[in-house]
Design a protein around this ligand. Structure first.
Ligand SMILES: *[C@@H]1O[C@H](CO)[C@@H](O)[C@H](O)[C@H]1NC(C)=O
Ligand SMILES: *[C@@H]1O[C@H](CO)[C@@H](O)[C@H](O)[C@H]1NC(C)=O
Ligand SMILES: *[C@@H]1O[C@H](CO)[C@@H](O)[C@H](O)[C@H]1NC(C)=O
Ligand SMILES: *[C@@H]1O[C@H](CO)[C@@H](O)[C@H](O)[C@H]1NC(C)=O
Ligand SMILES: *[C@@H]1O[C@H](CO)[C@@H](O)[C@H](O)[C@H]1NC(C)=O
Ligand SMILES: *[C@@H]1O[C@H](CO)[C@@H](O)[C@H](O)[C@H]1NC(C)=O
Ligand SMILES: *[C@@H]1O[C@H](CO)[C@@H](O)[C@H](O)[C@H]1NC(C)=O
Ligand SMILES: *[C@@H]1O[C@H](CO)[C@@H](O)[C@H](O)[C@H]1NC(C)=O
Ligand SMILES: *[C@@H]1O[C@H](CO)[C@@H](O)[C@H](O)[C@H]1NC(C)=O
Ligand SMILES: *[C@@H]1O[C@H](CO)[C@@H](O)[C@H](O)[C@H]1NC(C)=O
Length: 554
């Protein structure tokens, strides 16, 4: 008996030793803490090789059109690990990952080395909320949940970002409503998966008139209650204000003041001078000092890999053409020195950090446009139901249809308007807080909906269901719901405005899907079609092909 107990104790000790797992990070009040209740500061680097950037007037922000998943190649991660360790980083940020690849090697390697990851859920081109034509839609929800599913098994995901630089100026701030809806649904999804990863957003820096209300809006509670169910957990600011031998007063005092009363943890999701050459990273001393620790929980230096923008060339290392060797650049050596000297205050203690309070949302005004009434949760089952019941469907000949969707929506809505119809059902407004009932479906479903309305308006003349070869009559559409409106009424009848999303796999394997489990208590976010601004008028060009919100050097 005794020996059995001893063996068990030994085994347990072995397990415990084995589970020298990376410490779990929790949010308390407006700060982050590790499992021994010490304050956790993000001391990190951006970690993503630059994808293809096609320069053009339409791509002023240098957004890439392709990406290289930085966490899918164990050999490359192994190659970089010693350099990340020299930098003493505890966090890396990946801007785009591919959920169908295997990330075990990199994630395990980094976890063993005590390195957390911040994963952006967005992809280039059509994998993020499009600031020119925003919606929080099934295709984006599914992209985000697929990525979370792929990373859920790792213990070193600190946060998932639902967007990067989606709102970029003081006009167009209504887009924030869609970002906040994404944060709400991803937060619920993580909770349903028992994940403790934080929900983040990375903001462009800019004038206070949009930067401050944006931060406050993303962390507010529209009901001014204390649930915070629509609040982000972690706010990132991409801040490039410190150049050369600057000072706290010259570069950071303003932003410190702007965020003095902020309610959730904040950090610099990118930093590093972009207007001068080699960086000496003297901002590190300021960022991790007691002057800034009351507001900021560290930051991520941009960028480990080389990155080019109109301002120049950035990066701490060069990688040889065959990918085998890393050559540190001067930026690397200076950051090793600066990060090596970090000694951030361990205050306040976790017990003194308080709980998070969620204020009401910023008042709307001439520049802050986003409504506290958020878009509904995209419902895969409802959109799938609709698509199959529509009698004229978008059937692109090319698989990379993104490039034609904007043009076709524009053409379809113009034709529909001439025929006396409108595109209200697929339209939405984050400013008025009104969302057409089909507005959260993916672009192909929206197109099929518009095509079907036009086809009906033309008495189902087959010629009207062509759109230059992009549409086909759906002989399988049930005759009783064959009007687009009737199909939408049938498919959206029992949809709730807000619910916990399920992953597409789960949704399709349970025949009922997510919508039928809700008791039809549609709470008013869906109808109100008469109030919708008709902005799909004649000749208004949409640019759905150019996405926003993937990483750039602004
Ligand atoms: C928490 O952070 C402190 C300060 O960095 C460190 O000394 C301690 O080892 C950390 N605890 C764990 C469990 O990693
Ligand atoms: C993800 O990787 C798979 C397998 O290599 C590839 O087929 C797919 O195109 C990739 N997806 C994206 C969005 O790059
Ligand atoms: C916002 O303002 C900029 C410059 O003032 C202008 O170029 C841009 O077209 C405006 N965007 C919108 C959406 O109005
Ligand atoms: C709108 O409100 C924000 C604060 O939420 C403020 O910074 C901004 O200047 C205001 N805009 C106008 C035009 O008053
Ligand atoms: C940076 O500025 C401080 C005073 O602001 C000065 O003491 C220091 O020598 C300067 N360092 C460099 C490298 O210029
Ligand atoms: C790093 O790469 C850049 C661009 O290819 C090149 O100009 C530079 O000379 C390289 N630096 C080193 C130290 O290899
Ligand atoms: C993984 O990275 C290594 C080192 O850069 C490179 O040689 C190899 O080709 C990469 N493998 C893939 C599948 O990209
Ligand atoms: C992006 O568009 C391509 C077709 O161009 C499509 O296959 C893919 O599913 C789309 N991704 C998202 C997230 O909508
Ligand atoms: C779309 O795919 C076709 C065929 O694969 C290709 O020729 C075309 O260049 C692609 N277009 C874009 C914009 O990627
Ligand atoms: C589909 O629509 C696009 C955009 O209007 C157009 O360029 C194309 O010729 C159409 N037909 C086919 C078969 O793609």
């Amino acid at each position: 008996m005794r020996s059995v107990l001893r063996a068990t104790a030994f085994l347990l000790a072995g397990l415990v030793a084995d589970v020298s797992a990376i410490s779990k990070i929790t949010r308390q009040g407006r700060y982050l803490y590790n499992s021994t209740q010490d304050r956790f500061y993000i001391q990190g680097v951006a970690y993503q090789e630059q994808g293809t950037v096609i320069s053009s007037a339409a791509n002023a922000f240098g957004e890439p059109s392709s990406f290289i998943d930085p966490l899918s190649n164990g050999t490359a991660c192994q190659r970089d690990l010693p350099f990340l360790q020299q930098l003493k980083v505890n966090t890396i940020r990946a801007y785009s990952v591919n959920s169908s690849l295997n990330h075990d090697d990199c994630m395990q390697l980094f976890s063993n080395a005590g390195i957390y990851t911040i994963i952006d859920l967005t992809l280039p081109v059509n994998g993020s909320i499009d600031r020119a034509s925003p919606s929080w839609s099934t295709n984006l929800l599914n992209l985000y949940t697929d990525t979370i599913d792929a990373f859920a098994k790792y213990d070193n995901v600190l946060a998932y970002n639902v967007g990067n630089e989606v709102v970029i100026q003081s006009n167009g701030t209504d887009v924030a409503a869609y970002v906040k809806a994404a944060a709400r649904d991803i937060k619920a999804y993580l909770t349903s998966k028992s994940s403790s990863a934080l929900v983040g957003y990375a903001s462009i820096d800019g004038t206070s008139d949009f930067k401050d209300p944006l931060a406050n809006y993303l962390s507010c509670d529209p009901s001014n209650g204390n649930s915070g169910s629509t609040s982000i957990d972690l706010y990132g600011l991409n801040n490039y204000e410190w150049c050369g031998n600057s000072t706290f007063e010259a570069s950071y005092a303003g932003v410190e003041g702007d965020f003095a009363g902020y309610n959730v943890p904040a950090y610099f999701s990118e930093f590093g001078c972009i207007t001068a050459g080699a960086r000496d990273w003297t901002e590190v001393a300021a960022l991790f000092s007691s002057q800034m620790s009351p507001v900021w929980s560290g930051g991520l230096a941009f960028s480990y890999f080389p990155a080019t923008s109109v301002q120049g060339q950035f990066g701490m290392v060069n990688i040889s053409a065959d990918g085998s060797t890393v050559t540190p650049l001067p930026d690397f050596d200076t950051l090793v020195t600066q990060y090596g000297q970090v000694n951030a205050p361990n205050t306040p203690l976790q017990g003194a950090a308080g709980s998070t309070s969620y204020p009401g949302c910023p008042a709307q005004n001439a520049t802050w446009l986003a409504s506290p009434n958020l878009p509904p949760t995209p419902d895969n089952a409802a959109c799938a139901c609709l698509e199959q019941d529509l009698s004229c469907q978008f059937t692109p000949e090319i698989s990379n249809y993104t490039i034609v969707v904007g043009e076709l929506l524009d053409a379809g809505c113009s034709l529909l308007a001439q025929a006396g119809g409108n595109c209200n059902d697929i339209s939405s407004s984050g400013a008025s807080g009104t969302y057409g009932r089909v507005s959260y479906c993916d672009p192909p479903t929206k197109l099929s909906f518009v095509f079907t309305q036009y086809y009906q308006a033309n008495n189902r003349n087959p010629v009207s269901c062509s759109f230059a070869g992009n549409a086909t009559v759906n002989g399988g559409a049930p005759s009783d719901v064959s009007s687009a409106n009737a199909a939408a009424t049938a498919c959206f009848a029992s949809v709730s405005a807000v619910f916990t999303p399920t992953s597409p796999v789960t949704a399709s394997s349970s025949a009922t899907g997510s919508s039928t489990s809700k008791s039809g208590s549609s709470n008013g976010a869906l109808p109100l079609i008469g109030d919708l601004r008709v902005f799909w008028g004649l000749g208004l060009a949409l640019s759905m092909a150019i996405a926003s919100g993937v990483w750039t050097l602004a």
